[in-house]
Design a protein around this ligand. Structure first.
Ligand SMILES: Nc1nc2c(ncn2[C@@H]2O[C@H](COP(=O)(O)OP(=O)(O)OP(=O)(O)O)[C@@H](O)[C@H]2O)c(=O)[nH]1
Ligand SMILES: [Mg+2]
Length: 401
């Protein structure tokens, strides 16, 4: 699972990245601070199944803190995107190409409206309408995808027709570098009335609409109304809600400060929570005391900094992922070595249990017999569709126990 952070220059992408990954990538108030993408590991959180089963777990591929599973996901922070990036403006195509593998995008918006479309400072908040950024960014991504589709379209379409190739599989092959799967293409075709027998006859508009739907499905976007700590941002966030945009209000800067000071043991703060505790007030100067007063207000008002909420929403709601816990010993809930609930996997909604077996181990898919739902102890057929927080034992041929 790869989350891409996108947005115009100066919107706070790298600050969000550092806050989410405890990273130290360069942040500055001038455009195009980031040129080479930063890649790091962030965590999404969900209530662990350990409490329900009344066990003490030994997580291996994730963490369990106070009954909450922290599951790693990859995060990529790329260069700022400016209008006409798809034509190569700004750091244009390079930025877009860095996003090829992303499964879901988080659009970090400067909700305070302090910068123009190119990320140049306007001097004070409220001089730019962040709703414009939301529109333009989606359009840039669609145009970028359209441009990729358009390349060699006639040649490709002719092959489909002349060689009677299957449209869906050929299209998935064509777009595999964009992390686009067969299911994505099938879903697009369900929504649009396009003749897949005769792609040569598609008009430019039809191809554009195809790109537009594909963007929605294969690169869904979560909007983060960042810099919510700045006056004016709240008003703009409210306008987003009024327009039906399900944005998450956030202060990446507040999260970054909290994890920095927590790391130095000056405060106690658990990611995603709506409070912190100052452990050593003597280590804070007057300026820092004021900073934490302000952060305290933000946490209370918005029930957290929004960074963890945004990551969770991006993965579970927008990215439509669920969690599944595989175990080898159904009564001890453990692996062969006795580790209780060692792993949790993020899988796409709709994943069948046989496919899940292949994600754990390619061999398992070949020797798969059936699975057991550890909660009900019932046998599950291979086409069982997994549910969120399922605990599963896979039974394979040749394996004992
Ligand atoms: N007040 C406030 N400032 C923020 C917040 N997040 C980022 N900033 C500031 O916004 C400026 C730009 O932050 P960056 O994280 O470098 O922005 P970016 O989107 O990565 O910019 P580019 O790499 O140039 O595209 C810096 O001065 C940050 O301190 C926030 O939540 N609140
Ligand atoms: Mg940056």
């Amino acid at each position: 699972m790869l989350i891409g952070l996108v947005g115009k220059p100066n919107s706070g992408k790298t600050t969000f990245f550092n806050a989410a990954t405890a990273g130290n990538a360069k942040v500055a108030d001038y455009p195009f601070t980031t040129i080479e993408p930063n890649v790091g590991v962030a965590f999404v959180t969900q209530e662990c199944v350990c409490r329900e089963f009344g066990v003490k777990d030994n997580p291996k591929n994730s963490l369990c803190i106070d009954g909450i599973r922290h599951i790693p996901v990859k995060l990529i922070d790329v260069a700022g995107l400016v209008p006409d990036a798809w034509k190569g403006r700004g750091l244009g195509n390079k930025f877009l190409d860095d996003l090829r593998q992303a499964d879901v995008l988080i659009h970090v918006v400067d909700a305070s409206g302090s910068f123009d479309a190119d990320g140049r400072p306007l001097g004070k908040p409220g001089l730019w309408d962040p709703l414009k950024d939301i529109e333009f960014l989606e359009d840039e991504i669609v145009r970028w995808m359209y441009q990729i589709l358009k390349r060699d379209w006639d040649k490709w379409a002719r092959r489909i027709e002349v060689e009677r190739r299957d449209f869906v599989t050929s299209m998935a092959e064509r777009l595999s570098g964009l992390s686009i799967k067969i299911e994505h293409i099938k879903e697009v075709l369900k929504r649009l009335d396009l003749d897949i027998e005769k792609p040569r006859q598609w008009t430019d508009d039809e191809l554009y609409f195809f790109a537009k739907e594909l963007r929605k499905i294969a690169k869904p976007i979560l909007i983060v109304a960042n810099k919510i700590d700045i006056p004016k941002a709240e008003e703009n966030y409210q306008r987003m809600l009024d327009k039906g945009i399900d944005a998450i209000p956030a202060s990446a800067l507040a999260e970054w400060a909290l994890i920095q000071y927590a790391d130095k043991d000056i405060i106690k703060y658990v990611r995603g929570s709506d409070h912190f505790e100052i452990l050593d007030p003597n280590k804070l100067n007057e300026r820092e005391r004021k900073l934490f007063e302000k952060i305290s207000e933000i946490l209370e008002k918005w029930k957290g900094t929004g960074v963890q909420k945004a990551l969770n929403k991006a993965v579970f709601d927008i990215g439509k992922m669920i969690t599944v816990y595989p175990v080898e010993d159904a009564s001890k809930l453990s692996d062969k070595k006795g580790n209780v609930l060692p792993d949790v996997f993020l899988v796409r909604e709709g994943t069948r249990v046989r496919e899940f077996a292949s994600l754990i181990h390619t061999d398992l898919a070949k020797t798969f017999l059936y699975a057991i739902d550890v909660r009900s102890k019932k046998k599950l057929p291979e086409d069982y569709i997994l549910r969120n927080r399922d605990v599963i034992k896979i039974v394979a041929a040749g394996a004992r126990g």
